[in-house]
Ligand binder design. Structure first.
Ligand code: ATP
Ligand code: MG
Length: 569
């Protein structure tokens, strides 16, 4: 295509709210345009990349036997109520009424719709397994849309759903999707890692995320320096922690005056004990369906930190929010002196697994200026859950290695659902014995539009984008240095049509602009390969530039076509 005919509004100005390279360059190079918070228009270049990513995903999914469908974006609220997600999904759901006063939701994901569709069309085990997907706009009214395409409100997602007649069938579907996703991200040229993920309130370990490794990632992932273990911090485990420090000698359990001693550090210094023997208590308000809320205390060792997603799952809540001073006071809690014992019955207490059967512990006495010394959990019936945030340096749960933190961008998520939605929506099939059973499901998502941002986060320099081979809007960018020079124009045009006749996507910069200006645009747009048709044409030569590293080589004009074909193959 010709630059003169394309809408490519490149600019020097970065949007004022943009901090990430991908956001800045995708806007500056004219790939996308902002319309409002979390809303973007895709301009011709952006649409080309989006279509490339979509094509790679589609080719691999079709190869794996999945079938593409396209479900209505506007979805009836009744399905969301039946599945029980109407409230759980909270304010991310964009709800509205039609002229007849019926309630609808703009689909943020399509489990309900897909289950409903399949239950009306699949009746027998003979029709299973089946794996359906769509690549479709989603809307989530995100609380903090940011980072350009990374976290939009309207975005393009590939969402897929598998239906099997048995648990083994579901696992086979899941494994196939793991392999298929790996092929997709590999073809897109990404450095990614598959990590164990939070499975929400459903539990189990049958949820994995595909993380593109990038410092700008919003997710913290925990990886082992010795084995393959990798997990999102929301799901990460660690080897049991032992404490080298001596256990405090406590002769009798008693209340102890601790005036103004509130923090773990102060308590540790005051009592001369390792934080391991202190109980850290975090108070939160848990929100449930129907506006119900409960006060929850999470108790863990003073040497540990609370992981909020784990905490939220441990009590099956929709959300955890901070508790204000007034609410603390009404609950009889005193900041700095909270502890798990001696509480009103309405308050729920969850203990971290690391405290199981703990003894000689020190905790708040739920009374201003007092702590309780000699707290003992042996033989006491309490609820233990995994609540801790794994730290760098903790031991790997699988081997002797050390864990460390790194950052990742979640580009895909695969999940074994079991019968969660099929049971709720009464979606059943008849098995070999003519018995009705709910489908065993899996759900699989890819952030198609987020991938544009992820690719650039991993592939850019201080001049602009560097697209990977399969994602790039064009394979080759031809720059005619000075279109007023007839021989340059002619040679550029000839190479353009030679490449195009071989089915290669080419961008021809045929603008009446200065050479330096055109080169800057090439660097900003980021096509992997450029050919400069310029001054040295008089010596029978052209220049080939590799965008990654900006390496330049001069080549005999007559060899340029072959050289490019060689590099693209
Ligand atoms: P996140 O934790 O980033 O909000 P999620 O767990 O809500 O993601 P899923 O519901 O699993 O995401 O959606 C499937 C995929 O869709 C994600 O892996 C991600 O790549 C993409 N995605 C989710 N939310 C957004 C968004 N707001 N903007 C762009 N892509 C998104
Ligand atoms: Mg989300």
């Amino acid at each position: 295509m010709r630059f003169t005919q394309l809408l490519i509004p490149t600019s020097k100005e970065a949007p004022s709210d943009a901090v990430l390279a991908s956001h800045i360059y995708l806007m500056r190079a004219g790939y996308i345009q902002s319309v409002g918070s979390g809303l973007y228009n895709f301009l011709p270049l952006g649409k080309r990349v989006l279509d490339n990513v979509r094509r790679v995903a589609k080719e691999e999914l079709d190869r794996a036997g999945c079938q593409e469908v396209d479900l209505s974006f506007v979805t009836p609220v009744s399905l969301w109520k039946e599945s029980g997600r109407f409230e759980k999904y909270g304010k991310e759901l964009l709800r509205f009424k039609d002229r007849k006063n019926n309630d609808f939701v703009l689909g943020p994901t399509h489990e309900e719709m897909m289950v409903n569709m399949v239950s009306q069309t699949v009746r027998s085990y003979k029709q299973l397994p089946i794996n359906l997907y769509q690549i479709k706009t989603k809307f989530r009214d995100e609380i903090r849309p940011r980072f350009g395409l990374m976290r939009g409100r309207e975005f393009l997602m590939k969402d897929g759903y598998s239906f099997a007649s048995s648990e083994d069938g579901m696992k086979a579907d899941f494994d196939l999707m793991e392999k298929t996703y790996s092929r997709i991200f590999k073809r897109l040229g990404l450095n990614y890692r598959i990590v164990e993920a939070d499975s929400g309130a459903i539990g189990g370990s049958a949820s994995k995320e595909f993380m593109v490794i990038a410092d700008s990632g919003e997710d913290t992932i925990v990886i082992c320096d010795n084995c393959e273990y990798a997990a999102n911090i929301e799901a990460a485990k660690r080897a049991m922690v032992a404490c080298d420090a001596d256990e405090p000698e406590i002769s009798i359990s008693s209340k102890f005056q601790t005036i103004d001693i509130k923090s773990i550090d102060d308590l540790s210094a005051f009592f001369h004990v390792d934080p391991y023997y202190l109980i850290k208590t975090v108070a939160k308000k848990a929100l449930y369906d129907g506006g119900e809320s409960k006060i929850v205390l999470f108790a863990l060792r003073g040497s540990d930190e609370l992981e909020e997603t784990k905490a939220c799952n441990s009590i099956d809540a929709n959300e955890l929010v901070d508790i204000n001073e007034e609410e603390l006071r009404i609950a009889g809690l005193v900041a700095g002196y909270m502890g798990p014992s001696n509480l009103s019955e309405e308050i729920i207490v969850v203990y971290d697994e690391g405290l199981r059967d703990g003894r000689s512990l020190i905790c708040g006495a739920n009374e201003e200026n007092y702590h309780f010394v000699g707290y003992d959990l042996r033989g006491v019936e309490v609820t233990y859950k995994d609540l801790v945030a794994v730290q760098s340096g903790d031991g790997c749960p699988k081997c002797n290695g050390k864990l460390k933190h790194t950052k990742g961008i979640e580009v895909g998520h695969i999940f074994q659902l079991g019968t969660k939605y099929s049971s709720a929506l009464k979606a059943e099939f008849l098995d070999e014995n003519g018995k009705s059973k709910p489908f065993m499901m899996g759900t699989y998502g890819i952030g198609i539009s987020r991938l544009l941002a992820a690719i650039i986060e991993q592939n850019h320099d201080d001049r602009g984008c560097i697209w990977t081979k399969e994602s790039s809007p064009f394979a080759v960018h031809i720059i005619i240095s000075n279109i007023k020079k007839e021989e340059e124009l002619e040679a550029g045009e000839e190479l353009y049509s030679d490449l195009r006749s071989r089915g290669i996507e080419v961008l021809l910069d045929d603008r009446k602009e200065r050479f330096g200006f055109k080169i800057k645009d090439f660097e900003l747009i980021g096509v992997p390969l450029a050919v400069v048709v310029g001054k040295n044409l008089t010596d029978g030569k052209m220049e080939i530039i590799t965008r990654d590293g900006l390496d330049k080589v001069e080549i005999k004009s007559s060899d340029v076509l072959d050289e490019i074909l060689r590099r693209l193959s």
